[in-house]
Design a protein around this ligand. Structure first.
Ligand code: KIV
Ligand code: NA
Length: 270
């Protein structure tokens, strides 16, 4: 297998093949996900909740993201993995200035990431452009952006109604224009994420709680393995049900993403 790259992801998209993304935070699970056929591994700041027991992602530090990114990329290296590794820029690490964002992104790229992810709309576009111009691939993240949970007033569906949908669309187009090659859409109505996917040929949409019309899907690994400190959101499927092993569960997830049987749009709360 050849390493996953941006041209390879574009090819997949062209061919109508869905992109399977999953979070991983350590060497072993990253290697298992890679072997199971996951194309993109997200070292998500969800590790704050999953690994550190924090109440939200707001408390996650850049050093911690670098530590987990190193662990994941070492694990992939050991097994000659091929996954494309995306690492989250945590809260406060890109908000101050483009220069601060570049320093933070450099830290994660030097930890082995292939791409960094940041949350937020149009205000991040100049930052995205600054990083992309300097050779750092960027994934944007719109809809429910967990780092701003306190401003949003909770973990709820975003982009509902014409005005909110139009605003989200404007932000998405600005981010593609700034050079974002990937865009996570979290908890937005399927209709909106489907039409955005058609409007963003150069920016691969990855949905979570956003229906099946996106170019790819992402889940938090622990959620889809049924190990979770809280309650799973409605859109998550427990892939351990009917699987004989963790590797088998992840293979089932990849297969379900590819054949369109996950997500099931009837399970959403839009
Ligand atoms: O941190 C994370 O796991 C994420 C995904 C849920 C998209 O940002
Ligand atoms: Na995240």
């Amino acid at each position: 297998r050849r390493p996953i790259s941006l041209p390879r992801l574009a090819q997949m998209r062209e061919a109508g093949e869905k992109i399977a993304m999953l979070t991983a935070y350590d060497a072993t699970f990253a290697a298992v996900a890679d072997a199971a056929g996951v194309e993109c591994i997200l070292v998500g700041d969800s590790l704050g909740m999953v690994c550190q027991g924090l109440p939200s992602t707001v408390g996650v530090q850049l050093d911690t993201m670098a530590y987990h990114t190193e662990s994941v990329t070492r694990g992939l290296h050991r097994v000659q993995g091929t996954a494309w590794v995306v690492a989250d820029l945590p809260f406060g690490s890109y908000h101050e200035s483009r220069e601060q964002a570049l320093r933070s992104a450099s830290r994660l790229m030097q930890a082995g990431a292939h791409m960094v992810k940041l949350e937020g709309g149009g205000w991040t576009a100049p930052t995205v452009r600054f990083l992309v111009e300097r050779g750092i691939p960027v994934c944007a993240h719109l809809g429910l952006t967990p780092q701003t949970v306190h401003a949003l007033g909770g973990y709820r569906v975003q982009g509902k109604g014409d005005a909110a949908a139009a605003e989200l669309r404007r932000h998405a187009l600005e981010l593609q224009d700034a050079g974002a090659a990937m865009l996570v859409l979290e908890m937005v109505p399927a209709q909106l994420s489907t039409s955005l996917t058609a409007e963003l040929p150069h920016c691969h949409t990855i949905g979570i709680g956003a229906g099946k019309g996106t170019a790819g899907q992402v889940l938090v690994m622990h959620d889809m393995l049924g190990v979770n400190l809280g309650k799973n959101p409605k859109f998550v499927r427990d892939f351990m049900q009917g699987a004989a092993s963790v590797r088998g569960a992840i293979e089932a997830y990849v297969q379900a993403v590819k054949n369109g049987s996950f997500p099931d749009d009837s399970l959403h709360a839009w």
